[in-house]
Design a protein around this ligand. Sequence first.
Ligand code: TTP
Length: 192
Amino acid sequence: MAFILGSGSPRRLDLLAQLGITPDAVSPPEINEDPRPGELPRSYCARISREKVAAVQAAPDDIVLCADTTVALGRRILGKPADAGEAAEFLHALSGRRHRVITAVAVRRGDRLWERDVVSQVKVKRLSDVEVNSYLATDDWKGKAGAYAIQGPAGAFIPWIAGSFTGIVGLPLAETAALLAAAGHPKFKGVA
Ligand SMILES: Cc1cn([C@H]2C[C@H](O)[C@@H](COP(=O)(O)OP(=O)(O)OP(=O)(O)O)O2)c(=O)[nH]c1=O
């Protein structure tokens, strides 16, 4: 049995390390992450994590873990911003409002699949143009769904959350541990 992390996200590697798990291999899948017309954020997020885990090459006994983090403003999906202009648009849209951050986790072993999604709520304070511009200058928004990362300088913009902090960062640890135990990861022997 090898444990394969199907993710190029350094956050997910760090969060797994918090559980005391180091993957035997890291193998980020290449899939099309475009939402389908009219697709709602939660079903989109679950579909993408499932497609990611299906796209990773593995032996029948290997355990593969993938996840997807989606920022949802109402029915709108805010993906990773293409450039600073789009990041500014996202941050202004999030300013002074609550939104949801969904992280779906999928674990596969052979043709068996275990999945969970975790929905958290995040409140962003009202942001001035100066705050948005100084955050954009940090480049911390790059590669982050919704154009921010709560674990970075944007933490200063977030007075309140409800849900899973690790889920917002990219991998909800309680649910991930439960999925890995169900799939028979040796770290959780005797737990499931
Ligand atoms: C909202 C939020 C997102 N993010 C990150 C987590 C994810 O890495 C990223 C969302 O993109 P994802 O598509 O979930 O993941 P990824 O492309 O980084 O990695 P891979 O598909 O290979 O697993 O945004 C934070 O780090 N902090 C936050 O507060």
